[in-house]
Design a protein around this ligand. Structure first.
Ligand code: CA
Length: 230
């Protein structure tokens, strides 16, 4: 499964450049042009890595980073800070200690991509669990296997991503739109009913032998992985 990267950057050309190159590397990219917008997005979905501009409207990169470190869900989120050349570099070094790395603009895209790869690789064991387990459902991100009650379940690639997405935030209710963004990516043009089709398939695959159905439908709202289904 591709790592999800949130880019918080208010310079649109730079945002486009980053998005284009990160997507070309196979990452799932989401963007926010304001610090407060980025914060809200991370309350919805915690990305695997955050590229954070130091100077952002709404909420500065430094302040956002500080807040992220105070929340359990994001205290270890990999953060690369983007700073402009000459932008109080020493202070950045000091203040950006909450960030894992920082890179000075203008930067070369290959260098940035190398830093992103390095950070994801370094932090992956701790940050992205290879094995997600909720109740009797086990999802192995490395082997791309799902087991329930010791039996292998056969899921299509979309159902696998959907289950992984839901299992990463058990109990959380996602709207169809949030699922589209999170599983298919923000730039796909898929009808929201497609989500229902795939949830239906996922449910059929997971809900066998009369075992309780862990996927909960919240009428008029969306779906969640029910952490209390047992
Ligand atoms: Ca900026």
């Amino acid at each position: 499964m591709a790592a999800r990267i949130l880019v918080a950057e208010d310079e649109e050309p730079l945002m486009l450049l980053l998005r284009y190159n990160l997507e070309a590397e196979g990452y799932v990219v989401d963007g926010a042009a304001r610090g407060d917008e980025a914060e809200l997005k991370m309350r919805e979905v915690v990305p695997d890595l955050l590229l954070l501009d130091w100077m952002l409207p709404g909420l500065s990169g430094i302040e956002l980073c500080r807040r992220l470190r105070q929340r359990r869900e994001t205290e270890r989120l990999p953060v690369i800070m983007l700073t402009a050349r000459g932008e109080e570099t020493d202070r950045v070094r000091g203040l950006a200690t909450g960030a894992d790395d920082y890179i000075v603009k203008p930067f070369s895209v290959p260098e940035l991509l190398a830093r992103v790869r390095a950070l994801l690789r370094r932090l992956k064991p701790a940050e992205i669990a290879d094995l997600l387990r909720q109740g009797d459902v086990e999802l192995d991100r490395v082997q791309h296997r799902v087991r329930r009650g010791g039996r292998d379940l056969h899921l299509g690639p979309t159902e696998f991503r959907l289950l992984e997405f839901l299992m990463r935030s058990p109990g959380r209710v996602f709207s169809r739109e949030q699922l589209l963004d999170g599983v298919w990516g923000r730039d796909t043009y898929i009808d929201e009913r497609t989500v229902d089709v795939h949830v239906g398939r996922l449910r059929k695959a997971v809900h066998h032998d009369g075992l309780p159905d862990p996927i909960r439908t919240i009428r008029g709202t969306g779906y969640s992985f029910d952490e209390t289904y047992r």
